[in-house]
Design a protein around this ligand. Sequence first.
Ligand code: ADP
Length: 705
Amino acid sequence: MDTDIDAKQLKLENKKLSREVKRLKKDNEILRVANDQTIHTQAYIQRDMTQQIFYNNQLLRTSPYILILTDDQLQTVMVSDVFLTYKQDYDKDQIRRGVPVKDALSGVIGESDLNIFLEKCEIALSGKAIEPYLIRSISEGNKTDWQISIRRMMDSNEKVAGLNIMFVDMTDMVDAMEQARAADQAKSNFLANMSHEIRTPMNAISGMSEFILRDSRDENARKYASSIKSASNSLLSIINDILDFSKIESGKMEVIWEPFDVTSMLNDVVTMTKIRLGDKPVELRLDIDPRIPSSLIGDEIRAKQVLINILGNAVKFTKKGYVLLKVAYEGIDDERCVVRIDIKDTGIGIKEEDLSHIFSSFTQVDTKRNRTVEGTGLGLAISRRLVELMGGHLTVSSVYGEGTTFSYSRLARIHDRTPVGNIEERMQEVRSEAYRAGFTARGTSVLVVDDNDMNLEVASGMLSPYGIDVTLAASGTDAMVSFSQKRFDIVFMDHMMPVMDGVEAMQKIRMMPGGDGTVIIALTANALNGAEAEYKALGFQDFLAKPIEAPDMERILRTYLPGNLIKEAAGVMASAPSSLKPSYDKVSKDDKEGLDPKALIDSETGLKYCMGNSDFYKKMLDKFVSDADFDMLERLYSDRNWDEYRIAVHTVKSKSLTIGAVSLSENAKAMEAAAKEGDSEYIDANHASLISQYRQVTEYIRDAG
Ligand code: ADP
């Protein structure tokens, strides 16, 4: 019985054991597979690490840069092989074991650079970013320019592990940059010197041709001299622009800090802008802070140059709407303030992609659309740099198709703290002060004879402030009719008129009752040396050069009007105080050309001949356009009717000078001389270009550019 039980027991045990064996076998298999996998993974990792080490080694071996890895104590950990060519007394193992980075780099860069470098390393370790920077090291006469970058490394626990330092040899690049900079500097110096050098002889050429024009009786010589003069004048204005630009580029542009009157300065700017606006349906809006001090310290001429240029562009590129000049003010203390200028227009706008390069020199954008608009592309480049010289920064914002705003602000020193107040009222005062007549002569009467009605208007505008009774006559015959009806204290007689010229008309008047004792003054556009004696010999009392300038007119009136009728205007200064004088009195010739680079019309000259009165000037400009008769000129030319052609170009000469179209006037003058000579060769060679220039001037005014 017991054995039976034992056998049963054994069987059971046996079964259990075999189950256990099975399980162990299974576990063993799992372990074997796991082991295989581990071995596999290890092999993989091993391979990867070998590869990684291989690439790391390659990186260190082949990198053209000095790479240095340090620990957090600034001891080297590894370096690129290139480094060892600079430090041959070290080997890789030494470096790997750790050398202070200070020792490793000593001799590679100079001592002071090394100290700065170590300071930067400490800063980098503390967690501050270090911008890459350049140093120059010189060893054994060879220079090397290094760009150094220093980066902090962190380990997987976010603890500082050390630094990654890189030295890049930038010698070639820096050399190339220096060469380019030197070449650029040389170019700018060359341009500045050249323009200056050219300007001096150019002024001489222009001046000498003036002498020939005055002194020579030889018509041919005079004709050539006149062409030389006009060509040299246009060249001068281009050179002045380039000179301005290159002077700025080469750092030679000087800004002159002097007190200036804010109202007078803004008045000049506004006047010029109004003239440019002409008849365009564009409003000039002013928003000038009344708290602005009445006198600031700065370079008035340059400040005006910038404003006139930007406003000029605004006018050029705006067809309708408005142009706004906003001057805002922020006081700082008794001596300083910030002035902010915004010039906004509702013009064509500038495309976003063009905004970044409109300040580059010789750049005009959107040329397809603006092909009829003239310019050199230098204006904004000059303006931005001038603003920078004045301590500001010129910026632009624009929405294409809607308009553009140019802005800058600058710190200004105050000269007189009195606020300007209502600037428009003050500007009005400036205008009337500057041109008020020195006396009145009520009860006197004057006859002005000229076939050109524009000249008649100028003369009558000039005479009206004196309270003189003015009669106008458009021909010698009309003058005789007027003279037969009335007594005149002075007759102003144009010399060159069709049908009956001024000399003949004067002689006829002299024969009329009362004519003998009447003062007759010749008006002439050809005022030569000795003209006075010549006109006196002909029977005139005196002469006035055309276009007439207000002070000359006043001198003649004072001399010849009956003294008892002349009443000095109370409280009027013989000349306006300097701060209120119109700009052309203050601006030198060079600066005048700098202000208005347009070769077609020198509006300051025009304004001068229109008594500085912008409304009057605008009227004259309109008249110039409406009077322009190209067909008549063409007809006379094709009929080869040189007598009448001469009179027609004479009119062009005189009208264009009145509005400041100096070059056109000079060319018309040369044609007049040629027509007088019957020099058809010269006329044939120049007629087309005269007409084209005449058209250009007319279109320029019409487009109110
Ligand atoms: P330019 O003498 O040819 O006018 P600028 O340097 O003054 O030269 O201007 C460069 C270009 O910038 C212009 O040709 C024009 O394309 C653009 N520009 C300047 N001002 C304006 C403006 N107010 N509205 C639209 N375009 C403008």
